[in-house]
Design a protein around this ligand. Structure first.
Ligand SMILES: [Zn+2]
Ligand SMILES: [Zn+2]
Length: 347
């Protein structure tokens, strides 16, 4: 373990700028709510400009009319702001110089979230599509905040930050109009945490660092609790095009992972992740909590007995937290859960 860590650290490389484009990511936000109507407003003391539909409206955060209401209108966005209504393809919110601004998007009666970036709203497939173009480091901090629990030790948060940044830098999501969505399909992302929060500290401490495999940033996967051993992609029925992932022992989960047992009327036909998600969708996500289980027949009834939660591929969050509590640093945690990768830097 120790010698491997040292070797791995020696392999620390700065990847050339040409390979990894730094900077910004486009996150599709709140698509889960299929919004027909959205409200945009400035936050705090930020002046913002709403532009689109031939209008350029400066929003004073102090003014009572500093809300823009956007509604779907036969394939277009209808923008109502400061007493005027117009329709067009896309509406943008940005700072007066066109750069990032702090703003809030609200889906009335459902949710409101604050972002720091440039917001764009267009009509797409019968709903409003909101995209926030934000600095990749802000996105990393927001992912770490959304994906980790309060009591996670700092070195585990740093490992999570590198994994999140690697995923974002890889730009492998399958989306077309934006780079990533804000759900677990890509990576869970809510609001950007304050600078003094642990997720922000972990992000700043690892600024720019990503996992590299075969010269590219790895779309690093992680899960809540592997149940004792992590899985390769092949184990969960996924063909590996890039990093194949490897089975890695996870002593913490081996001892401590939550054991579960479920009666199953329709036993899964394969142990693929696709099958687990299909059953989860039909019967609820607790039907098969994780991918580490066996099928047991008892008096003609089928039971699934397993441990842990999630797909079990890549970094194990429970195991990473335990390693951090045992005094390991984030580099050791990453080299354990992502063997044969190196750390690189996005410039
Ligand atoms: Zn997605
Ligand atoms: Zn584990």
């Amino acid at each position: 373990m120790r010698s491997r860590t040292v070797l791995w650290l020696l392999a620390w490389v700065a990847v050339s700028e040409g390979l990894l484009a730094a900077g910004e990511v486009r996150i599709g936000v709140l698509g889960l709510f299929h919004p027909q109507r959205l409200e945009l407003r400035t936050v705090g003391r930020s002046w913002a400009v709403i532009s689109g539909c031939g209008a350029r409206v400066v929003m004073d955060p102090q003014a009572s009319d500093s809300v823009a209401v956007l509604e779907l209108d036969s394939g277009k966005v209808r923008l109502a702001v400061q007493g005027k209504t117009r329709s067009c393809q896309q509406v943008q919110i940005a700072a007066r110089d066109g750069n990032a601004v702090e703003f809030e998007i609200r889906v009335p009666r459902k949710i409101q979230r604050k972002y720091l970036g440039v917001g764009m709203v267009s009509a797409s497939r019968g709903e409003l599509e909101a995209i926030v173009r934000m600095d990749i480091e802000s996105a990393v901090a927001a992912v770490v905040a959304a994906e980790s629990s309060q009591d996670t030790p700092l070195e585990a948060l740093k490992a999570q930050a590198v994994a999140a940044r690697s995923f974002l830098a890889s730009k492998e999501s399958g989306h077309t109009t934006f780079d990533f969505c804000d759900t677990t399909h890509c990576q869970f992302l809510k609001e950007v945490p304050t600078m003094s929060s642990a997720p922000a500290i972990a992000t700043i401490a690892t600024k720019g660092k990503v996992l590299i495999y075969a010269g590219r940033s790895l779309a690093a996967m992680f899960s809540a609790s592997c149940g004792g051993k992590t899985k390769s992609l092949r184990d969960i029925g996924v063909e590996a095009k890039g990093y194949p992932y490897f089975e890695v022992e996870c002593p913490y989960c081996r001892r401590m992972a939550e054991q579960w047992r479920r009666r199953s009327d329709k036993a899964p036909t394969t142990k693929s992740e696709r099958e687990r998600l299909r059953i989860g969708k039909a019967e609820g996500w607790s039907a098969i909590p994780g991918n580490n289980y066996r099928v047991v027949q008892e008096n003609g009834t089928t039971f699934l007995e397993g441990s842990g939660a999630g797909h079990g591929v890549g970094l194990c969050q429970a195991g990473a937290a335990a390693m951090a509590r045992d005094g390991m640093n984030y580099e050791a945690i990453l080299s354990h859960y992502y063997p044969n990768t190196t750390l690189g830097v996005v410039r």
